[in-house]
Design a protein around this ligand. Structure first.
Ligand code: NAI
Length: 329
Protein backbone atom coordinates (compact mmCIF):
# COMPACT_ATOMS: atom_id res chain seq x y z
CA UNK A 1 0.00 0.00 0.00
CA UNK A 2 1.39 3.37 -1.00
CA UNK A 3 0.48 6.24 1.31
CA UNK A 4 0.95 9.97 0.73
CA UNK A 5 1.43 11.62 4.12
CA UNK A 6 0.49 15.31 4.11
CA UNK A 7 1.29 18.09 6.64
CA UNK A 8 4.21 15.96 7.73
CA UNK A 9 6.84 17.39 10.07
CA UNK A 10 10.14 15.67 10.92
CA UNK A 11 8.70 14.42 14.24
CA UNK A 12 5.73 12.80 12.40
CA UNK A 13 8.10 11.18 9.92
CA UNK A 14 10.26 9.73 12.71
CA UNK A 15 7.37 8.13 14.57
CA UNK A 16 5.52 6.90 11.44
CA UNK A 17 8.72 5.33 10.08
CA UNK A 18 9.12 3.52 13.39
CA UNK A 19 5.60 2.02 13.23
CA UNK A 20 5.63 1.02 9.54
CA UNK A 21 8.83 -0.97 9.89
CA UNK A 22 7.94 -4.63 9.28
CA UNK A 23 4.78 -3.76 7.28
CA UNK A 24 4.46 -3.60 3.50
CA UNK A 25 3.45 0.06 3.68
CA UNK A 26 5.38 2.58 1.65
CA UNK A 27 5.01 6.14 2.88
CA UNK A 28 5.97 9.32 1.04
CA UNK A 29 6.11 12.38 3.25
CA UNK A 30 4.97 15.82 2.12
CA UNK A 31 5.37 18.97 4.22
CA UNK A 32 2.53 20.62 2.32
CA UNK A 33 -1.11 20.34 3.28
CA UNK A 34 -3.58 18.38 1.23
CA UNK A 35 -5.82 20.80 -0.65
CA UNK A 36 -7.00 21.45 -4.20
CA UNK A 37 -3.60 23.03 -4.91
CA UNK A 38 -1.63 19.94 -3.86
CA UNK A 39 -3.99 17.20 -5.05
CA UNK A 40 -1.74 16.38 -8.03
CA UNK A 41 0.79 14.91 -5.57
CA UNK A 42 -1.49 11.94 -4.85
CA UNK A 43 -1.07 10.29 -8.23
CA UNK A 44 -0.09 6.64 -7.81
CA UNK A 45 -1.02 6.43 -4.11
CA UNK A 46 -3.66 4.15 -2.54
CA UNK A 47 -4.21 6.19 0.61
CA UNK A 48 -3.55 9.63 2.08
CA UNK A 49 -2.86 10.62 5.65
CA UNK A 50 -3.88 14.12 6.74
CA UNK A 51 -3.80 16.40 9.77
CA UNK A 52 -6.00 19.10 11.32
CA UNK A 53 -5.57 21.87 8.75
CA UNK A 54 -5.65 19.86 5.53
CA UNK A 55 -8.64 20.95 3.49
CA UNK A 56 -10.41 17.70 2.66
CA UNK A 57 -13.49 19.26 1.10
CA UNK A 58 -15.98 17.70 -1.28
CA UNK A 59 -13.99 18.51 -4.41
CA UNK A 60 -10.73 17.21 -2.92
CA UNK A 61 -12.44 13.92 -1.99
CA UNK A 62 -13.88 13.49 -5.52
CA UNK A 63 -10.46 14.16 -7.03
CA UNK A 64 -8.79 11.74 -4.60
CA UNK A 65 -11.23 9.07 -5.68
CA UNK A 66 -10.56 9.80 -9.36
CA UNK A 67 -6.84 9.37 -8.71
CA UNK A 68 -7.46 5.92 -7.16
CA UNK A 69 -7.20 6.86 -3.48
CA UNK A 70 -9.63 4.84 -1.35
CA UNK A 71 -8.60 5.65 2.20
CA UNK A 72 -8.06 8.82 4.23
CA UNK A 73 -6.24 8.17 7.51
CA UNK A 74 -6.50 11.29 9.67
CA UNK A 75 -3.75 11.67 12.26
CA UNK A 76 -6.05 13.63 14.57
CA UNK A 77 -9.23 13.26 16.59
CA UNK A 78 -11.25 16.19 15.12
CA UNK A 79 -12.66 15.74 11.61
CA UNK A 80 -14.41 19.04 10.92
CA UNK A 81 -12.02 19.57 7.96
CA UNK A 82 -13.33 16.49 6.11
CA UNK A 83 -16.58 16.42 4.14
CA UNK A 84 -17.86 13.10 5.49
CA UNK A 85 -21.07 13.18 3.42
CA UNK A 86 -19.10 13.28 0.18
CA UNK A 87 -16.71 10.64 1.54
CA UNK A 88 -19.67 8.32 2.19
CA UNK A 89 -21.17 9.01 -1.25
CA UNK A 90 -17.82 8.31 -2.90
CA UNK A 91 -17.17 5.12 -0.91
CA UNK A 92 -14.03 6.68 0.58
CA UNK A 93 -12.91 5.07 3.86
CA UNK A 94 -12.09 7.71 6.47
CA UNK A 95 -10.41 6.89 9.78
CA UNK A 96 -9.36 9.08 12.68
CA UNK A 97 -7.42 8.72 15.92
CA UNK A 98 -10.15 9.33 18.49
CA UNK A 99 -8.33 9.13 21.79
CA UNK A 100 -4.63 9.43 21.19
CA UNK A 101 -4.04 11.20 24.44
CA UNK A 102 -6.90 13.13 26.01
CA UNK A 103 -4.59 13.82 28.93
CA UNK A 104 -2.15 15.76 26.68
CA UNK A 105 -4.78 18.31 25.65
CA UNK A 106 -6.40 18.47 29.10
CA UNK A 107 -3.02 19.12 30.72
CA UNK A 108 -2.27 21.82 28.16
CA UNK A 109 -5.56 23.55 28.99
CA UNK A 110 -4.46 23.52 32.63
CA UNK A 111 -1.03 24.85 31.62
CA UNK A 112 -2.79 27.80 29.94
CA UNK A 113 -4.90 28.38 33.07
CA UNK A 114 -1.86 28.34 35.34
CA UNK A 115 0.18 30.57 33.02
CA UNK A 116 -2.58 33.16 32.75
CA UNK A 117 -3.34 33.02 36.45
CA UNK A 118 0.21 33.13 37.87
CA UNK A 119 1.55 35.12 34.88
CA UNK A 120 4.61 32.95 34.35
CA UNK A 121 4.79 34.19 30.74
CA UNK A 122 5.49 37.67 32.09
CA UNK A 123 7.58 36.60 35.09
CA UNK A 124 9.93 34.65 32.80
CA UNK A 125 10.88 37.77 30.83
CA UNK A 126 11.09 40.00 33.90
CA UNK A 127 13.52 37.72 35.71
CA UNK A 128 15.68 37.36 32.58
CA UNK A 129 16.07 41.15 32.63
CA UNK A 130 16.86 41.27 36.34
CA UNK A 131 13.42 42.64 37.20
CA UNK A 132 12.16 40.90 40.32
CA UNK A 133 9.25 43.26 41.04
CA UNK A 134 5.94 41.51 41.68
CA UNK A 135 3.58 44.34 40.78
CA UNK A 136 1.33 43.10 37.94
CA UNK A 137 1.90 39.42 38.66
CA UNK A 138 -0.88 38.93 41.22
CA UNK A 139 -2.71 35.61 40.79
CA UNK A 140 -5.55 33.81 42.54
CA UNK A 141 -5.99 30.42 44.21
CA UNK A 142 -7.71 27.86 42.01
CA UNK A 143 -9.05 26.06 45.06
CA UNK A 144 -12.73 26.90 45.51
CA UNK A 145 -13.11 28.54 42.10
CA UNK A 146 -15.91 27.50 39.75
CA UNK A 147 -14.76 25.98 36.48
CA UNK A 148 -17.15 25.41 33.57
CA UNK A 149 -16.32 22.62 31.14
CA UNK A 150 -18.21 22.68 27.84
CA UNK A 151 -17.95 19.24 26.22
CA UNK A 152 -17.16 16.38 28.56
CA UNK A 153 -15.98 13.69 26.16
CA UNK A 154 -12.52 12.20 26.46
CA UNK A 155 -10.56 15.47 26.79
CA UNK A 156 -13.21 17.32 28.80
CA UNK A 157 -13.46 14.42 31.28
CA UNK A 158 -9.67 14.38 31.76
CA UNK A 159 -9.79 18.16 32.28
CA UNK A 160 -12.58 17.83 34.89
CA UNK A 161 -10.55 15.23 36.84
CA UNK A 162 -7.58 17.60 37.03
CA UNK A 163 -9.68 20.59 38.08
CA UNK A 164 -11.37 18.51 40.79
CA UNK A 165 -7.86 17.75 42.03
CA UNK A 166 -7.23 21.49 42.38
CA UNK A 167 -10.30 21.69 44.63
CA UNK A 168 -12.46 23.53 42.08
CA UNK A 169 -16.21 23.28 41.77
CA UNK A 170 -16.69 21.80 38.30
CA UNK A 171 -19.82 22.60 36.27
CA UNK A 172 -20.33 20.72 33.03
CA UNK A 173 -22.37 21.03 29.85
CA UNK A 174 -22.68 18.27 27.27
CA UNK A 175 -25.41 16.80 25.10
CA UNK A 176 -24.66 13.42 26.70
CA UNK A 177 -23.75 13.82 30.38
CA UNK A 178 -21.22 11.41 31.85
CA UNK A 179 -22.40 9.42 34.90
CA UNK A 180 -18.75 8.89 35.83
CA UNK A 181 -18.22 12.66 36.15
CA UNK A 182 -21.46 13.07 38.12
CA UNK A 183 -20.25 10.33 40.49
CA UNK A 184 -17.04 12.30 40.92
CA UNK A 185 -18.96 15.37 42.03
CA UNK A 186 -19.17 17.34 38.77
CA UNK A 187 -22.54 18.99 38.14
CA UNK A 188 -24.24 19.19 34.75
CA UNK A 189 -26.04 22.51 34.32
CA UNK A 190 -27.64 24.46 31.45
CA UNK A 191 -25.21 26.44 29.32
CA UNK A 192 -26.49 29.79 30.62
CA UNK A 193 -25.80 28.70 34.22
CA UNK A 194 -22.27 27.70 33.24
CA UNK A 195 -21.80 31.16 31.73
CA UNK A 196 -23.21 32.96 34.78
CA UNK A 197 -21.41 31.01 37.51
CA UNK A 198 -17.97 30.12 36.14
CA UNK A 199 -14.72 31.90 36.93
CA UNK A 200 -13.01 29.84 34.24
CA UNK A 201 -14.64 28.32 31.13
CA UNK A 202 -12.77 25.69 29.12
CA UNK A 203 -14.03 24.48 25.73
CA UNK A 204 -13.78 20.79 24.89
CA UNK A 205 -16.66 20.27 22.46
CA UNK A 206 -16.15 19.65 18.74
CA UNK A 207 -16.65 22.32 16.11
CA UNK A 208 -20.00 21.90 14.37
CA UNK A 209 -22.93 24.12 13.36
CA UNK A 210 -24.22 24.18 16.96
CA UNK A 211 -20.88 25.20 18.47
CA UNK A 212 -19.59 27.59 15.78
CA UNK A 213 -18.81 30.93 17.51
CA UNK A 214 -20.23 29.60 20.79
CA UNK A 215 -18.21 32.26 22.56
CA UNK A 216 -19.59 35.47 21.08
CA UNK A 217 -20.94 38.84 22.17
CA UNK A 218 -24.22 37.34 23.49
CA UNK A 219 -22.71 34.47 25.47
CA UNK A 220 -19.93 36.73 26.82
CA UNK A 221 -22.55 39.18 28.13
CA UNK A 222 -23.89 36.41 30.38
CA UNK A 223 -20.49 35.69 31.95
CA UNK A 224 -18.82 37.07 35.06
CA UNK A 225 -16.67 40.16 34.59
CA UNK A 226 -13.04 39.09 34.29
CA UNK A 227 -13.87 35.50 33.26
CA UNK A 228 -11.06 33.29 32.02
CA UNK A 229 -11.75 31.57 28.68
CA UNK A 230 -9.63 28.63 27.53
CA UNK A 231 -9.95 27.14 24.05
CA UNK A 232 -7.90 24.07 23.18
CA UNK A 233 -10.62 22.61 20.96
CA UNK A 234 -11.14 24.36 17.62
CA UNK A 235 -10.57 28.02 16.80
CA UNK A 236 -14.01 28.77 15.38
CA UNK A 237 -15.65 28.04 18.74
CA UNK A 238 -14.60 31.60 19.65
CA UNK A 239 -15.57 34.71 17.69
CA UNK A 240 -12.12 36.32 17.78
CA UNK A 241 -13.17 39.94 17.15
CA UNK A 242 -15.93 39.76 19.78
CA UNK A 243 -13.44 38.22 22.23
CA UNK A 244 -11.13 41.17 21.57
CA UNK A 245 -13.98 43.61 22.29
CA UNK A 246 -14.56 41.72 25.57
CA UNK A 247 -10.85 41.96 26.42
CA UNK A 248 -11.01 45.74 25.93
CA UNK A 249 -14.08 46.04 28.16
CA UNK A 250 -12.63 43.74 30.84
CA UNK A 251 -15.43 41.17 30.44
CA UNK A 252 -12.73 38.65 29.54
CA UNK A 253 -9.98 38.89 32.15
CA UNK A 254 -7.83 36.11 30.72
CA UNK A 255 -7.81 34.36 27.36
CA UNK A 256 -5.87 31.19 26.63
CA UNK A 257 -5.95 29.88 23.08
CA UNK A 258 -4.27 26.85 21.58
CA UNK A 259 -6.40 27.13 18.46
CA UNK A 260 -7.51 30.01 16.26
CA UNK A 261 -10.15 30.21 13.53
CA UNK A 262 -7.68 31.30 10.86
CA UNK A 263 -4.82 29.19 12.17
CA UNK A 264 -4.35 27.27 8.93
CA UNK A 265 -2.53 30.29 7.48
CA UNK A 266 -0.17 30.57 10.45
CA UNK A 267 0.21 27.57 12.74
CA UNK A 268 2.73 24.72 12.46
CA UNK A 269 5.12 26.95 10.47
CA UNK A 270 8.01 29.23 11.44
CA UNK A 271 6.49 32.63 10.68
CA UNK A 272 9.10 34.61 12.62
CA UNK A 273 10.54 36.27 9.48
CA UNK A 274 7.15 36.99 7.94
CA UNK A 275 4.59 39.73 8.45
CA UNK A 276 1.51 37.88 9.62
CA UNK A 277 -1.34 39.12 7.41
CA UNK A 278 -4.02 38.84 10.07
CA UNK A 279 -4.69 41.99 12.03
CA UNK A 280 -7.14 40.29 14.43
CA UNK A 281 -4.53 37.70 15.39
CA UNK A 282 -1.78 40.34 15.64
CA UNK A 283 -3.97 42.46 17.91
CA UNK A 284 -4.77 39.44 20.09
CA UNK A 285 -1.05 38.89 20.72
CA UNK A 286 -0.62 42.41 22.12
CA UNK A 287 -2.77 41.82 25.24
CA UNK A 288 -0.80 40.96 28.39
CA UNK A 289 -3.66 38.74 29.57
CA UNK A 290 -3.79 36.62 26.41
CA UNK A 291 -1.63 33.54 25.92
CA UNK A 292 -1.64 31.87 22.52
CA UNK A 293 0.06 28.58 21.71
CA UNK A 294 0.21 27.12 18.20
CA UNK A 295 -2.03 24.06 18.44
CA UNK A 296 0.40 22.16 20.63
CA UNK A 297 -2.15 20.71 23.06
CA UNK A 298 -1.69 17.24 21.60
CA UNK A 299 2.09 17.52 21.31
CA UNK A 300 3.51 15.07 23.82
CA UNK A 301 5.72 12.07 23.26
CA UNK A 302 2.92 9.74 24.34
CA UNK A 303 0.43 11.29 21.92
CA UNK A 304 2.81 11.28 18.92
CA UNK A 305 3.47 7.58 19.43
CA UNK A 306 -0.20 6.81 19.84
CA UNK A 307 -1.10 8.80 16.72
CA UNK A 308 1.50 7.00 14.57
CA UNK A 309 0.63 3.54 15.92
CA UNK A 310 -3.12 4.08 15.44
CA UNK A 311 -2.70 5.59 11.96
CA UNK A 312 -0.75 2.50 10.86
CA UNK A 313 -3.36 0.24 12.52
CA UNK A 314 -6.13 2.19 10.70
CA UNK A 315 -4.38 1.70 7.36
CA UNK A 316 -4.19 -2.03 8.12
CA UNK A 317 -7.89 -2.04 9.07
CA UNK A 318 -8.75 -0.33 5.77
CA UNK A 319 -7.54 -3.46 3.96
CA UNK A 320 -10.08 -5.66 5.79
CA UNK A 321 -13.58 -6.12 4.22
CA UNK A 322 -15.76 -4.04 6.56
CA UNK A 323 -13.72 -2.13 9.11
CA UNK A 324 -15.83 -0.42 11.77
CA UNK A 325 -13.32 0.64 14.40
CA UNK A 326 -12.27 4.31 14.32
CA UNK A 327 -14.02 4.63 10.97
CA UNK A 328 -15.88 7.88 10.24
CA UNK A 329 -17.02 7.06 6.69
P1 NAI B 1 -15.01 13.59 22.23
O1 NAI B 1 -15.79 13.23 21.02
O2 NAI B 1 -14.55 12.50 23.14
O3 NAI B 1 -15.87 14.62 23.12
C1 NAI B 1 -16.57 15.69 22.60
C2 NAI B 1 -17.76 15.92 23.52
O4 NAI B 1 -18.42 17.10 23.09
C3 NAI B 1 -18.79 14.78 23.49
O5 NAI B 1 -19.06 14.34 24.80
C4 NAI B 1 -20.01 15.40 22.83
O6 NAI B 1 -21.23 14.90 23.34
C5 NAI B 1 -19.81 16.86 23.21
N1 NAI B 1 -20.57 17.77 22.36
C6 NAI B 1 -20.93 17.64 21.05
N2 NAI B 1 -21.66 18.71 20.67
C7 NAI B 1 -21.76 19.51 21.74
C8 NAI B 1 -22.40 20.73 21.98
N3 NAI B 1 -23.11 21.34 21.01
N4 NAI B 1 -22.31 21.29 23.21
C9 NAI B 1 -21.62 20.66 24.19
N5 NAI B 1 -21.00 19.50 24.03
C10 NAI B 1 -21.07 18.92 22.83
O7 NAI B 1 -13.80 14.47 21.71
P2 NAI B 1 -12.42 14.75 22.45
O8 NAI B 1 -11.45 13.69 22.10
O9 NAI B 1 -12.68 15.05 23.87
O10 NAI B 1 -11.95 16.09 21.70
C11 NAI B 1 -12.67 17.30 21.83
C12 NAI B 1 -12.16 18.29 20.83
O11 NAI B 1 -10.81 18.63 21.16
C13 NAI B 1 -12.04 17.74 19.38
O12 NAI B 1 -13.27 17.89 18.68
C14 NAI B 1 -10.97 18.59 18.80
O13 NAI B 1 -11.60 19.68 18.16
C15 NAI B 1 -10.16 19.08 19.99
N6 NAI B 1 -8.77 18.60 20.00
C16 NAI B 1 -7.75 19.51 20.14
C17 NAI B 1 -6.43 19.10 20.16
C18 NAI B 1 -5.30 20.06 20.36
O14 NAI B 1 -4.13 19.69 20.13
N7 NAI B 1 -5.54 21.28 20.78
C19 NAI B 1 -6.09 17.68 19.98
C20 NAI B 1 -7.23 16.81 19.94
C21 NAI B 1 -8.51 17.25 19.91
Amino acid sequence: MKIAVFSCKPYDKRTLNHYISGTDFEMTFFESRLSQETISLVQGFDAVSCFVNDDVNSEVICQLKQQGVNTIALRCAGFNNVDLDTAKQQGMKVFHVPDYSPTSVAEHAVALIMTLNRKTHRAYHRVKEGNFALEGLLGFNLQGKTVGCIGTGRIGAAFCHIMKGFGCEVLCYDLSPSQELIDQGCQYQPLDDIYQKSDIISLHCPLNTATHHLINKQSLQKMKDGVMIINTSRGALVHAQEAIDALYSGKIGYLGLDVYEQENKIFFEDMSSHIIQDSVFQLMLTFPNVVVTGHQGYFTDEALNHIAATTVANLQLSQTPNPQQRRLA
